[in-house]
Design a protein around this ligand. Structure first.
Ligand SMILES: [Ca+2]
Ligand SMILES: [Ca+2]
Ligand SMILES: [Ca+2]
Length: 298
């Protein structure tokens, strides 16, 4: 029986839950263990869903908890997030024929051009035109802000490890972090970050992840976007050919456009910010900054 992936995008600031089940309903085993500790200074928290020191063959060092599928051990440290000021609202980004005009670009250089990925014609097609976002107010005043990173944070719970396909682009810069660690960053500026829709294979362990996606405009129109597709079998997306063959369109589980109508939680002069290496954690009601330490099972 094929796994059935149920995808629920909860309201702004809440968690995205991936429920990888075998034709069952609900989200068994994904009960939230509640808010992490507050108070002064850093606190070591254990917010891994269903976290235990030992799961299956996975035993963890002191202070670490096994992930739900027993594929690694994590320890999280949380500090308060800094509130910079009113968060910007999320609207669709600009739509333009220059976005995605060179199509999909895979890590080893394979290139696919068509109306889905984008191609070189007068049509504003391709993924960034489909799912790109920008600040609502900014679009009426030359796509402000300029020279400032803005973006959003998403809380993801994965019941099993897996490979995912990341598609991403931005005008004029775009970056994505998972658990505070940079996964993708294109800060070349100018046109290349949006001429292609860039594909990457991403391996995610089971359990909780903090995904942060940000864009930075450097004048004129602006948009940035990303999609995640999966899960695919862990270790299966090994090269351009396997990535091209994967069912990206049929397995999309995250899109930046899902956040249209919400707010950009992340900013420099707006929204929230966190120290370097810490992710904005929006899994619970009050955003906080979480650093995730991950080690192999012992
Ligand atoms: Ca076309
Ligand atoms: Ca085109
Ligand atoms: Ca621009």
């Amino acid at each position: 029986m094929r796994p059935l992936l149920l995808f629920v995008l909860a309201p702004l600031g809440a968690c995205v839950e991936y429920d990888l089940t075998f034709n069952t309903k609900g989200s068994g085993g994904l009960d939230d263990t509640g808010a992490s500790g507050g108070g002064d200074g850093p606190s070591v928290t254990d917010t891994e869903l269903g976290a235990e020191p030992i799961i299956g063959d996975c035993a963890c060092p002191d202070g670490f908890s096994a992930t739900p599928d027993g594929d690694s051990c994590t320890r999280r440290v949380t500090v308060p997030a800094t509130w910079n000021g009113a968060a910007l609202e999320v609207c669709r980004g600009a739509v333009d024929a220059v976005y995605g005009k060179f199509g999909a670009l895979y890590p080893d250089g394979a290139n696919v051009q068509d109306n889905y990925w984008g191609d070189l014609d007068e049509e504003a097609d391709g993924r960034l035109n489909e799912v790109g976002v920008w600040s609502c107010g900014g679009a009426s005043v030359n796509y402000e802000p300029n020279d400032e990173w803005i973006g959003f944070a998403t809380c993801v719970e994965l019941p099993a490890a897996g490979d995912y396909l990341l598609g991403i682009a931005g005008d004029n810069n775009v970056r994505m972090r998972v658990d505070g660690v940079e996964l993708y960053s294109d800060t070349r500026g100018d046109t290349l970050p949006f001429n292609y829709w860039n594909l990457r294979a991403v391996n995610l362990s089971s359990g909780r992840h903090h995904v942060e996606l940000e864009g930075l405009n450097q004048g004129s129109i602006a948009s940035f976007g990303a999609e995640l597709a999966g899960p695919f079998k862990a270790g299966s997306l090994t090269d351009d050919a396997t990535m091209i063959a994967a069912d990206y369109d049929g397995r999309r589980v995250f899109s930046s456009l899902d956040r249209e109508g919400g707010t950009f939680e992340l900013g420099v002069t707006t929204g929230w910010s966190c120290p370097d290496g810490a992710a904005l954690n929006v899994c619970d009601e009050e955003p906080e900054c979480t650093t995730t330490e991950r080690v192999e099972c012992q």
